[in-house]
Write a protein that binds this ligand. Structure first.
Ligand code: 3PG
Ligand code: MG
Length: 444
C-alpha cells in the first residue's frame, strides 16, 4: 500500500520557514559523530526543501537524558557533521526553547539552516506536552516529519506538534513506510526473515508476524540461545532468558504447526562459536550440538569427544557457527525477499591485526555475503534494527542492500502492523478525482 499521508510534494512550500523533525539520535564517540547514516539519510528532504527556497529549523532528540540538560547528549557535534555532509553552514541553538533560539529562527534567510539543541532536555517532550509543542511550533510555518526512527513514540515533536502547524511527511519517512509496508504486505516470494538480537520478548510480535507471513525464518544472535534452551540444548553461560523459555516453546510449536500445513522452515542454529570470555578471548572453538559435521570430520576415525557437541558450563555461545551460517545464507539464495533484523553474534568485539571482522562476526558476515549476491543470487533485502545497521555501516556496506532502515523500534513496530503515532498524526493525502470523473471532465 502506498504511503497515504501528505508529503512535502503535496503542498506549496515555496519560501516557507520549515520546522523539520529529524532523528539525529546517532552514536557519539569522543564527542564526535561515530555513525552518520541517519544524517545522510535525512539529506534528500533537506535538499528538496532548500531547492524550494525554504529556511529550515531542525529538531531532534539524542539519547535518553531524562528531561535534564546534559552536555553528554548535546546535538552540537551533529550540527558540525551535518554542515560537513551538506557543505554548508549549519547554525546551532544551545537550547531548543527560549528567545535566543526563536530570534535565530526568525532571522533565517532562505537556504539557512538552524539545528536546535536536544528536545529531551525537557521532560515535556516525552510527555507529549501540548504547551511545549506549541512553543516549538513558533519556529516554523509548516511542520515536516522526517524522523522515521522515532515515529513509534507519541512525543511532543512527533504527535502534539501536528495540532499547531500544517504538517506533512518528509521523503525519508515516506520511503521507509512505503518500502517496509510493501515487503510485509506484498513481498516477492519466497519471503525469508532473519532475526537476531538479544531477547525474544523484544521481538516476539515480529516473530509471530513472520510465522504468519514468511516462508523461511532463521534465528540467530543471543535470542537463539533461549530457543536452544527450550529445545533442551545446554548453552553454558550464554546470554539466555530463562523466563522466555515457555514463550520460545510456544513459538516453536506454532512454527511446527505451520510447517505441517505448508512448506515452511523455522531454523535454529545447529552450531556456534563459543568462548569463555567476550573481551580478548583466550581461545574460541566451534561447538556442533546438532549437525555433528565438524566434530566427526575432525576426529575421524575416532569417536568425537563429547565436548565437541557440548557447550561447557563456563562457555558462552557468541556467534552462529559456520554450518548454520552457510545454511541461512543458502536459504537466502532461494528467497525473493529477505528481511533482516539483528546480528548473528557479538559483532562489537574487535578483530586481531586491524581485521575489520571480529571473532564473533563471521556468522553475520556470511549472511551479508548471502544477501548481497556473493553466491550468485541477490534477493530484495530490507535491513532494520540499530545494531545490524551499525555493523553494516561500519563495514561500509549500506549500499549493498536495497533498503537499510534508519529505524530500530519503529521498523519493528511497522512490521508488526502497529500504528505509528508520528505517522497517524499526519493528515491523509487529499482524495484525487476518480478516473472516470477526469475523463468526463475532459470530454466536455
Ligand atoms: C532510536 O534510536 O531507537 C530512536 O531514535 C528512538 O529513540 P528512543 O528509543 O530513545 O525513543
Ligand atoms: Mg530505541
Amino acid at each position: 500500500m502506498a504511503f497515504t499521508k501528505q508529503t512535502v510534494r503535496d503542498i506549496d512550500l515555496k519560501g516557507k520557514r520549515v520546522l523539520l523533525r529529524v532523528d539525529y539520535n546517532v552514536p557519539l564517540e569522543n564527542g564526535q559523530v561515530a555513525s552518520d547514516y541517519r544524517i545522510t539519510e535525512s539529506i534528500p528532504t533537506i535538499e528538496y526543501l532548500l531547492e524550494k527556497g525554504c529556511s529550515l529549523v531542525l529538531m531532534s532528540h539524542l539519547g535518553r537524558p531524562d528531561g535534564k540538560s546534559d552536555p553528554k547528549y548535546s546535538l552540537k557535534p551533529v550540527a558540525e557533521e551535518l554542515a560537513k555532509c551538506l557543505s554548508k553552514p549549519v547554525q546551532f541553538a544551545g537550547d531548543c526553547l527560549g528567545t535566543n533560539a526563536l530570534m535565530a529562527a526568525q532571522s533565517l534567510a532562505p537556504g539557512n539552516i538552524l539545528l536546535l539543541e536536544n528536545l529531551r532536555y525537557y521532560p515535556e517532550e516525552e510527555k507529549n506536552d501540548k504547551e511545549f509543542a506549541k512553543k516549538l511550533s513558533a519556529y516554523g510555518e509548516v511542520f515536516v516529519q522526517d524522523a522515521f526512527g522515532v515515529v513509534h513514540r507519541a512525543h511532543a515533536s512527533t504527535d502534539a506538534i501536528t495540532e499547531f502547524l500544517p504538517s506533512v511527511a518528509g521523503l525519508l519517512l515516506e520511503k521507509e513506510v512505503d518500502t517496509i509496508t510493501e515487503v510485509i504486505e506484498n513481498p516477492t516470494r519466497p519471503l525469508m526473515a532473519i532475526i537476531g538480537g538479544a531477547k525474544i520478548s523484544d521481538k516476539i510480535k515480529v516473530i509471530e508476524k513472520f510465522i504468519e507471513i514468511a516462508d523461511f525464518i532463521a534465528i540467530g544472535g543471543a535470542m537463539a540461545n533461549t530457543f536452544l534452551l527450550a529445545e533442551g540444548i545446554e548453552v553454558g553461560k550464554s546470554l539466555a532468558v530463562k523466563e522466555d523459555v515457555p514463550l520460545a516453546k510456544e513459538i516453536i510449536a506454532s512454527a511446527k504447526a505451520k510447517a505441517k500445513k505448508q512448506p515452511f522452515v523455522f531454523y535454529l542454529p545447529q552450531d556456534g562459536v563459543v568462548a569463555t570470555s567476550l573481551d580478548a578471548p583466550r581461545s574460541t572453538r566451534i561447538v556442533d550440538w546438532d549437525a555433528q559435521v565438524i566434530a566427526d570430520i575432525e576426529s575421524y576415525p575416532k569417536v568425537p569427544k563429547e565436548s565437541a557437541s557440548k557447550v561447557a558450563a563456563d562457555e558462552s555461545i557468541l556467534d552462529i557457527g559456520p554450518f548454520s551460517g552457510s545454511f541461512i545464507a543458502g536459504g537466502a539464495q532461494l528467497a525473493g525477499t529477505v528481511v533482516w533484523n539483528g546480528t548473528m553474534g557479538v559483532t562489537e568485539t574487535d578483530g586481531l591485526n586491524n581485521d575489520p571482522v571480529g571473532p564473533f562476526a563471521h556468522g553475520t558476515e556470511v549472511i551479508i555475503d548471502g544477501l548481497t549476491g556473493q553466491f550468485g543470487h541477490r534477493p530484495f533485502t530490507v535491513v532494520g534494527g540499530g545494531d545490524t545497521v551499525a555493523y553494516i555501516e561500519e563495514r561500509k556496506l549500506t549500499k549493498a542492500f536495497n533498503h537499510v532502515s534508519t529505524g530500530g523500534g519503529a521498523s519493528l513496530e511497522l512490521m508488526e502492523g502497529k500504528e505509528l503515532p508520528g505517522v497517524a498524526a499526519l493528515p491523509d493525502k487529499k482524495k484525487t478525482l476518480e478516473k472516470s470523473d477526469t475523463i468526463k471532465h475532459k470530454k466536455k
